[in-house]
Design a protein. Sequence first.
Length: 387
Amino acid sequence: MIKDFFDRPFTLDRLSKIFFSVLFAALGIFLFQKLSGILIPFILAWIIAHLLMPLVYFFEKKLKIRSRALSVLTVLILVGGTISGIIIAIWPSLTAEANKAWELLQTYASFEALKSILPPSVVEQLEQYPDVASVMNEFNMENLIKTLQQFLSKSVSILASTFSIIMSTTVVFLFLLYLIFIMLDYERLNAGFMKLIPDHLKPFVIEMGHNVEYYLTNYFKGQSLIALCVGVLLSIGYSIQGLPLGILLGMLIGLLNLVPYLQILGLLPIVFLSMLHSAETGQHLGIVLAISLGILLLVQIIQDTFLTPRIMGKTMGMMPAVILISLSIFGYLFGLLGMVIALPATMILYTFHMKYIVGKPVENLELEQKKADPLWSKIVKKTRRKK
């Protein structure tokens, strides 16, 4: 506890240890930022491997597949086949919608054409101001793209830079290699890591492993399921409405739901596609926009009142202000990956703060951890048996 920390005398040896501990922590953050192109695929591969290992154990134990390599191959083929099947199923619809949206963009790529879909009162107000009117009269596709690029906030630039890293061929290849080899030697890697830890630190590391497993696994499983449900609901809603690229828009906002509050970035394409739909159908832009935002609001209500309480339960239980500052700090330090792991990482830090500094451990946490995914517990038991 913090009292014990200050009760002990601050000798030169102890002060030097504290100084070097802080120095190594800062150096670790600096190196992570510099080596993010290599470390990000490894961390993502480890997280996905951890989520897929229950399937590997299922094939080994229930279906009696004794070969780890065959079990891993079966799981990867199953997951890859499922994702490919979904893409193949919706690809014709996405292609048709994309072609339609592009034709509409070419049709309404000038301000004179946009006048036909904007409310008359808005057009009159714009034409009353010469500066605004001159800008709008110069409106074209190139200017639209430049304007959108300038509009992007810092968080979107973080997304763009991180996605550019992830989508590079080398990094994708590294990610697949990491994923396969981690799944093949999952237990040995974790047990080998435990052997590197000094005996007096092992209880702390074991406890940290339980916390990481509990918060990280539960968060990603729950948030991925919520994002999937939100994406499906929005895709259905926008498809029924007839919005151009409705399926893709729903999937995009669902994907953004992996990071809390990031779905607000979906408002810009919603407004843009609503304008295209208004131009295509001749409906009033205000009505189309109200329906589009109404669908988003309805799905958000379903998410907040039903999906999140049922799926996530009390795993996180964080206040909105804490969520925002957590996303800001981790996003600034580690980019998109930091935003994705911000909430479970914050809860892990909070748990250790309450136990070792405040002296009041989180209630019922150990019991909940035992009910959760037991992978880490199995690894710890195997390590202890080998002793």
